[in-house]
Design a protein around this ligand. Structure first.
Ligand SMILES: Nc1ncnc2c1ncn2[C@@H]1O[C@H](COP(=O)(O)OP(=O)(O)O)[C@@H](O)[C@H]1O
Ligand SMILES: [Mg+2]
Length: 608
C-alpha cells in the first residue's frame, strides 16, 4: 500500500468517475435497477402494514396480500437484473482498462519499462485490475443508492410515526458509528495482510528467476525460511484481520438486535397507549431491517472502495505512461530523404552512422562525441563493460535518442523515420538473447510475418542449427520452455540470431549475441553470417578476439568515447586494446590465427 493511498481519495474518486464516463448509459441502467430493488423493499413494510391492519379490521386480505407478493417478486427480478448488469458493467470497465494497459506497456519507451520493476507492472495488470473488477463499481453504486435508500426509509417511517422514527434514527446512528469504527480496523488489518502476501510472492519470484543460483549456492533452506517468515507474517496479519472481522460482524448483529428490540419495546408501549396501530409498528420494525442491511453493505463497500481506488490509481499511473512516438511530422533534420516506401536502398549505399553523438542517462554522461560509420560487412564493437556499447546500439534502434549529434541510417536521421520502418530495417539481438514463442519455429520467426520455408532453412543453416532441428522428432514444432531452459545458452543465442536474420533487414545489431558459443563455434557463425548476408551492415558487440579478428573494422570504446578504430591488426599496437584482448575470455591472437587458418567450414556442435 503506498503511503498516499488514503490521502487522495477524492481525486481518485474523480478519476474513477471520469474513467466510467464512457459507460454512462450502462451505469444509469444499473443505478435505476438498484434503486428499483431498494424501492420494492421499501414498499414491502407498507404492504405488510396493510395486511396486518386488514387482519385487525377483518377486512378482505386478497388485495394487500397480492400487492405484498407482487412487490416481493418485482423486487427479486430487479435484484437479479441489477446484480447482473452491475457485474457486466464491471467486467466491461476492467476489460477496457486491461486492454489499455497492455497497449500502454508495449507502446512505452524502453527506458520507461526497464526502469520499473517487472513485478510491479505485472501486479498492476493482474491483481490491481482484478481488485477493481470485484468491488469498485458495486461500491460506487452503493455510495449513491444506499444514502438515498436510507433517506427514503426515514421519510416513510416519519409518515408512519414521528416519535418511533426518531427513536430509530438515533439508534441507527449510534450503531452506524460503532460499526464504522470497527470496520476501519478491518480495512487496515486486511491491507496489512495483503502486504505480507505481496512479500511472499516477491520471494517466490526472486527464487524462480535465479533458480539455478539458489540451488548451486545451496540456499534452498535460506529461501524457504524467508518464505516461511513472510507466510507467518501473512498468517498473523490475516488472523488479526479475521478477529477484527468477527468483532465487526458481531457489532453489526448486535446493532440490528439492539435497534430492533428497543424499537419493539418503545413501539409496544406506543401501541398499548393507542398512539400507533399494530400494522404501523410492524412496518417500522421492517424498516429497521431494510435500512440496516444496505447500510451494512455500504460500510463493507467503503473499505472495498478505498482498495479499489488505490488500485485504480496505480492503473491510471500506468495508463499515463509515456509512449514512443514517430516524429515524422517534425521538420526533417536530414536532407537525404527517408526510404519510406519500404523499398531498400542498394547495398552500396547502406550505412549506420553515429555523428558526434553525446548521450547520458540522467546527468551521468555515457557517450561522448562518438562518431562511427558502419557499412555492409562486420563492424565489431569492443570495450570493457560499462563502456557504452549497449547504449550505442540502443541509439541505432532509437530506444533512446542522442542529446547532441545524430544517428543516421543510410544518411537519414533515425528520428525522421517512422519507428516501424526504422525497426523493420534494423534487426537487433539484445544481450541475454531471450526467446519469444512457444516453439523453436515460432522463436525463429518471431515478429516476422512471412518467412518462406526455404529461406528459414537457409537461415537456420547459417546459424548452425539446421542439423540439430531436423534431428528433433518434432522439428520446428518442438516446444521451448518458458525461459528457454531446455535448450542451451548457445542454442538460444543462435535462435535469436536466426530470428533477427529472418527479418531480412539491412542492419543487424548483435549485443554479445554469441557470447555463449565457444570461440570455434562463434567464429563459424560469424563466418557464415558475413558470407551469407554480405550485403548487411552487421554491428556486433563482443569481448572475443577471434570475432574481432574477422571484422572489417574494429571500434574500441573507452569511457564512452571512441578510443581506437581500424582492423584488428591496426589496433594491436594499442596497449589498451591488447590488454582487453589479453583477458582469458577473449581468446588469444594465436587462437584466432589458428581458427582462421583451420579454414574448413566445420559447423561445430550446435549445443555450444
Ligand atoms: N537504463 C540505464 N539507466 C541508467 N544508466 C544506465 C542504463 N543503462 C546503462 N547505464 C549505464 O551506462 C553505462 C554504459 O552502459 P552500457 O551501454 O550498458 O555498457 P556496456 O554495454 O558497454 O557494458 C554504464 O555505466 C551503465 O551503468
Ligand atoms: Mg552491454
Amino acid at each position: 500500500m503506498e503511503p498516499d493511498a488514503a490521502s487522495r481519495p477524492t481525486s481518485s474518486l474523480r478519476t474513477l468517475i471520469s474513467r466510467l464516463a464512457p459507460f454512462r448509459g450502462a451505469l444509469t441502467v444499473v443505478l435505476l435497477l438498484e434503486l428499483g430493488t431498494r424501492a420494492a423493499a421499501l414498499i414491502q413494510p407498507l404492504a405488510a402494514r396493510a395486511v396486518v391492519d386488514g387482519v385487525a379490521a377483518r377486512a378482505d386480505l386478497m388485495w394487500p396480500i397480492a400487492v405484498l407478493g407482487a412487490v416481493a417478486i418485482i423486487g427479486l427480478c430487479l435484484n437479479y437484473a441489477g446484480f447482473y448488469q452491475r457485474g457486466k458493467l464491471s467486467e466491461r470497465f476492467v476489460l477496457g482498462l486491461r486492454k489499455a494497459m497492455a497497449g500502454r506497456i508495449v507502446g512505452a519507451p524502453v527506458s520507461y519499462v526497464e526502469s520499473r520493476s517487472t513485478a510491479d507492472l505485472v501486479s498492476r495488470v493482474g491483481a490491481d485490475s482484478t481488485l477493481i473488477q470485484q468491488t469498485t463499481v458495486k461500491a460506487l453504486v452503493d455510495l449513491v443508492v444506499v444514502p438515498l435508500t436510507v433517506v427514503a426509509g426515514i421519510v416513510l417511517m416519519l409518515t408512519i410515526d414521528v416519535f418511533l422514527a426518531l427513536v430509530v434514527i438515533v439508534l441507527l446512528s449510534v450503531a452506524g458509528l460503532a460499526e464504522a469504527g470497527v470496520f476501519r480496523r478491518v480495512v487496515v488489518d486486511t491491507e496489512t495482510a495483503q502486504e505480507h502476501v505481496a512479500g511472499l510472492t516477491g520471494v517466490v519470484q526472486r527464487v524462480l528467476l535465479a533458480f539455478r543460483t539458489v540451488k548451486a549456492s545451496r540456499s534452498e533452506r535460506r529461501e524457504a525460511e524467508s518464505f516461511d517468515r513472510n507466510a507467518d507474517s501473512a498468517y498473523r496479519a490475516s488472523v488479526k484481520a479475521v478477529r477484527t472481522g468477527a468483532l465487526a460482524d458481531t457489532v453489526a448483529y448486535a446493532a440490528v438486535d439492539f435497534t430492533f428490540l428497543v424499537t419493539l419495546a418503545v413501539g409496544v408501549v406506543r401501541v398499548s397507549t393507542g398512539s400507533v396501530g399494530v400494522g404501523d409498528l410492524v412496518a417500522i420494525l421492517l424498516y429497521v431491517v431494510y435500512i440496516q442491511e444496505p447500510v451494512e453493505a455500504l460500510t463493507n463497500s467503503a473499505g472495498k472502495l478505498s482498495e479499489g481506488l488505490a488500485a485504480l490509481r496505480r492503473i491510471t499511473e500506468l495508463l499515463d505512461a509515456p509512449q514512443e512516438t514517430d516524429t515524422a511530422a517534425a521538420p526533417a533534420r536530414t536532407e537525404v530523404p527517408a526510404v519510406s516506401n519500404g523499398s531498400k536502398p542498394p547495398a552500396s549505399r547502406r550505412s549506420v552512422r553515429f555523428d558526434q553523438v553525446w548521450f547520458g542517462y540522467g546527468d551521468q554522461p555515457v557517450l561522448r562525441d562518438v562518431s562511427i560509420e558502419a557499412v555492409p560487412g562486420l563492424t565489431v564493437l569492443v570495450g570493457s563493460s560499462g563502456a557504452g556499447k549497449t547504449t550505442l546500439l540502443s541509439l541505432a534502434e532509437r530506444f533512446v535518442e542522442p542529446e547532441r549529434g545524430a544517428v543516421l541510417l543510410d544518411g537519414a536521421d533515425v528520428r525522421d523515420l517512422p519507428l516501424a520502418e526504422l525497426r523493420g530495417r534494423v534487426a537487433y539481438v539484445q544481450q541475454e538473447a531471450p526467446l519469444l514463442g512457444a516453439t523453436i519455429g515460432e522463436a525463429a520467426t518471431y515478429g516476422v510475418d512471412d518467412v518462406d520455408e526455404e529461406r528459414l532453412r537457409r537461415i537456420l543453416e547459417s546459424v548452425g542449427l539446421r542439423t540439430w532441428i531436423e534431428g528433433l522428432p518434432l522439428g520446428l514444432d518442438t516446444e521451448v520452455g518458458e525461459r528457454g531452459v531446455q535448450i542451451s545458452g548457445g542454442q538460444r543465442q543462435r535462435l535469436a540470431v536466426a530470428r533477427a536474420l529472418a527479418r531480412d533487414s539491412e542492419v543487424l545489431l548483435l549485443d554479445e549475441a554469441t557470447s555463449q558459443l565457444d570461440p570455434l563455434n562463434e567464429q563459424n557463425l560469424v563466418r557464415s553470417l558475413t558470407r551469407d548476408f554480405r550485403d548487411r551492415v552487421v554491428i556486433a558487440v563482443t569481448h572475443r578476439m577471434p570475432m574481432a579478428y574477422q571484422a572489417d573494422q574494429v571500434i574500441m570504446l573507452r569511457h564512452g568515447s571512441v578510443h581506437a578504430r581500424g582492423t584488428h591488426d591496426d589496433l594491436l599496437s594499442d596497449p589498451h586494446y591488447r590488454q582487453l584482448i589479453a583477458s582469458p575470455s577473449a581468446g588469444s591472437p594465436e587462437l584466432a590465427e589458428q581458427l582462421t587458418a583451420s579454414g574448413e567450414d566445420g559447423r561445430g556442435e550446435p549445443g555450444a
